[in-house]
Design a protein around this ligand. Structure first.
Ligand code: URA
Length: 426
């Protein structure tokens, strides 16, 4: 077996055997297969795709490149949830705590943000003292106690994905459905929960820009997960507009806490309750409508907030933020954008708002960049609201940027308006 033959087969759309895929993944992870050969193969996959069988083999070879967690010490059915990432997506904190409050265990490993998309680990690190790196035994102990814990992805899980993902970033080979599927599913299967809910984001702020591609990715991830013996369901949710009104790490944790306090409804609440209901149903807690009612009760009773508070405390964070919003860090600088005329906002481009937020310091351009936890954007309207001239549209926050002109222009241009007399403006 050699790498050139394997590259040629994929180039000619001849399916690879399981052994050939293992040879490639193991050889690249150990350093025997060099970057240039792996890059050529990844590009061939981007152009020609992989069969479902090849995608299963690739995912399992990547999963098996490192540790696979043994969650048998957790005394309840375990349910993991993965979101394919977007702008303003703070659902993990809400869904994980609501599901835990309904009696399932939610052990989660999450990642950091890159580019216009945020990452749950960055959001959690905006909480003073919060530890995102815990030994496995402590992670499992917290899950057993509260039902919920989130830590950063362990370096011992899926080393193959770590190496392949950074090569994909450097070689223009990220946007391939089988490669995205194998990357996400190898990590999820290494975490090894009993059930997995996949929230496939679709729209301008997401990896998948069209409903067809989002559906294709969701179905493929379901097939791979089921081939590995897991209960898996994928749901597609909209990411054309940001989820909720806050974008930026500390601002998003605050919004999640406010939702768990019962103060936030709208699309963010609806999406979170639907996703929680799906997790509970997958875990055998009842029908979808019974599970939806359980999820809503977990929030309205304050039990989900109590799970979050206890988990933050056990992970070393300042859990008083769950009672006192004044304890969230506020940015040194802020800038309000006012409506220049009477209008209605008909759409918000999530990717553009994510980019504006990045300019304020809320995200990373390159892996390893420092981020400003207090930076971000708060939308002061809901889609469809009638907005009067001079009413606040958005507030921009930053600790690191005092000149808001570039970010404000980008954020304003992310909106599409219609005047209240019905003439569309660009
Ligand atoms: N997230 C991942 O973990 N991998 C991808 O390839 C894309 C999104």
């Amino acid at each position: 077996m050699n790498a050139v033959d394997i590259i040629n087969k994929t180039k000619k759309k001849v399916p690879l055997t399981d052994e050939e895929i293992k040879y490639l993944v193991n050889g690249y992870t150990s350093g025997e297969i060099p970057d240039h050969q792996m890059s050529a193969w990844l590009m061939a996959v981007c152009l020609n795709g992989l069969t479902e069988e090849e995608t299963v083999s690739l995912t399992l070879a990547m999963r098996d490149s490192g540790d696979i967690l043994d969650l048998s010490c957790i005394g309840k059915i375990t349910v993991d949830k993965h979101s394919t990432g977007g702008v303003g997506d703070k659902t993990s904190l809400i869904i994980g705590t609501a599901a835990a409050a309904c009696g399932v265990a939610v052990p989660k490993m999450s990642g950091r943000g890159l580019g216009h998309t945020g990452g749950t680990i960055d959001k959690l690190e905006s909480i003073d003292g919060f530890r995102v790196e815990l030994p496995f035994a402590e992670f499992a102990e917290i899950v057993n106690k509260t039902g919920f814990s989130i830590i950063s992805q362990s370096g011992k899980l899926c080393p193959a994905d770590k190496k392949i993902y950074s090569l994909r970033n450097a070689t223009g080979t990220v946007d391939s459905i089988p490669l995205i599927c194998a990357s996400i599913m190898s990590k999820k299967l290494a975490l090894n929960a009993d059930c997995l809910l996949l929230d496939v984001k679709c729209g301008s702020g997401a990896f998948m820009k069209t409903p067809e591609d989002a559906e294709k990715l969701g179905r493929l991830m379901e097939k791979v997960g089921r081939a590995a013996g897991k209960k898996v369901r994928a749901v597609v949710t909209d990411m054309d507009t940001p989820l909720g009104c806050c974008i930026g790490n500390s601002l998003e944790v605050r919004e999640a806490v406010e939702l768990l306090q019962g103060k936030v409804k709208g699309r963010l609440y609806e999406v979170c309750m639907e996703l929680t209901a799906n997790m509970l149903e997958l875990a055998g807690k009842g029908s979808l409508s019974e599970c939806r009612a359980m999820a809503e009760e977990a929030v309205s009773s304050g039990r989900a907030l109590a799970v979050l508070k206890e988990t933050i405390g056990l992970q070393g964070g300042d859990s008083r933020i769950c009672d006192d919003a004044g304890l969230f860090k506020t940015a040194k600088y802020s800038h309000v954008i006012y409506a220049p005329r009477d209008f209605e906002v008909v759409s918000v481009n999530a990717e553009e708002l994510g980019m504006a937020s990045l300019l304020l310091g809320a995200g990373r351009i390159n892996k390893g960049d420092e981020i400003d936890y207090s930076a971000g954007i708060v939308l002061e309207f809901e889609l469809g609201d009638k907005i009067s001239m001079d009413a606040p549209l958005m507030t921009l926050y930053s600790d690191s940027v005092s000149d808001f002109s570039e970010a404000a222009l980008r954020a304003y241009n992310a909106l599409t308006f219609k005047t209240l007399t019905g003439v569309a403006l660009t």
